[in-house]
Write a protein that binds this ligand. Structure first.
Ligand code: KIV
Length: 280
């Protein structure tokens, strides 16, 4: 199993791997863990690319960590394009995933128009939607147009008011069963990647085993095919309380580059997350 972001033969200089949807599928098959982080600007995008981060997610968490808001709801498509475009200038090897913000995919036409803008103007290579099975038809429509899609399940911050807060999802048997069915249906609708946020580790492991597409976790235990965290959380510069599932990778000294490299190495070597950063 390769844990290097570089490929090449003994006789050639290493060539940095460019991550595509196919690379992610191959990583799932080979058991190589996918290391993802959020990115919002060109300078960090260059650093993450250099360190070998597989997916750079331009998350609508920029509403919290860049704009200082208490939710992601006010983030606009224009905000996403502004940050995605900056990241796209420097992220050349990692796959660029960009969030579709709140109410930018309320109908099939709206979703198609906004996803097209994120790709054409923001350089997105995959869009991410917070989903229940209500978004199945939208995923089908996006995929039919050749747009790669990540379906974000579990804790969906855009639905915070409906969910009654930032809570772990899928804890009781009925909710767990519903999420298993949802994951399968969204994969069958064409989602290329699933992302599980704040889901009990055992349920996330079951979903990861059940579906063929790669599953990225955040607060979803160590058995997912990969992990994602908010960059500013792992550098411990997010103001206020940081989520239990995050970890301060700068705490043991070193510099920002070393902290990001440690995160990537720990995900690849299955040292992160531990049970301390997971839910039961
Ligand atoms: O917006 C974001 O950063 C996200 C991650 C928390 C997964 O969706």
């Amino acid at each position: 199993m390769s844990t290097s972001p570089y490929q090449g033969t003994a006789n050639s200089a290493p060539i940095k791997r460019t991550v595509t949807v196919k690379t992610l599928r191959d990583m799932k098959s080979s058991g190589e863990k996918i290391a993802a982080l959020t990115a919002y600007d060109a300078s960090f995008a260059a650093l993450l690319d250099d360190v070998g981060v597989d997916i750079q997610l331009v998350g609508d968490s920029l509403g919290n960590v860049i704009q200082g808001l208490d939710s992601t709801l006010p983030v606009s498509v224009d905000d996403m394009i502004y940050h995605a475009r900056a990241v796209a200038t420097q992220c050349r090897h990692g796959l660029r995933m960009v969030d579709m913000p709140f109410m930018s995919y309320w109908s099939i036409d709206t979703a198609l128009q906004n996803a097209a803008r994120l790709m054409k103007e923001g350089g997105a290579q995959m869009v991410k939607l917070e989903c229940t099975q209500a978004q199945e038809a939208i995923i089908r429509a996006l995929v039919n147009e050749g747009i790669p899609v990540c379906a974000h399940l579990g804790l969906r911050p855009q639905s915070v008011h409906k969910l009654g807060g930032y809570r772990v999802q899928g804890r009781d048997a009925a909710a767990a069963e519903a999420m298993l069915i949802e994951a399968q249906r969204l994969q069958d609708a064409g989602a290329d990647v699933l992302l599980l946020e704040a889901v009990p580790a055992s349920l996330a492991a079951q979903i990861t085993q059940q579906v063929e597409v790669p599953v990225i976790g955040i607060g979803a235990g160590s058995d997912c095919d990969g992990q994602v965290l908010v960059l500013y959380d792992i550098l411990a510069i997010t103001p206020g309380k940081r989520p239990k599932f995050s970890k301060d990778f700068l705490a043991n000294g070193g510099d920002i580059r070393a902290a990001i490299q440690t995160y990537v190495n720990d995900v690849k070597a299955k040292r992160f997350p531990s049970s301390e950063h997971s839910f039961t």
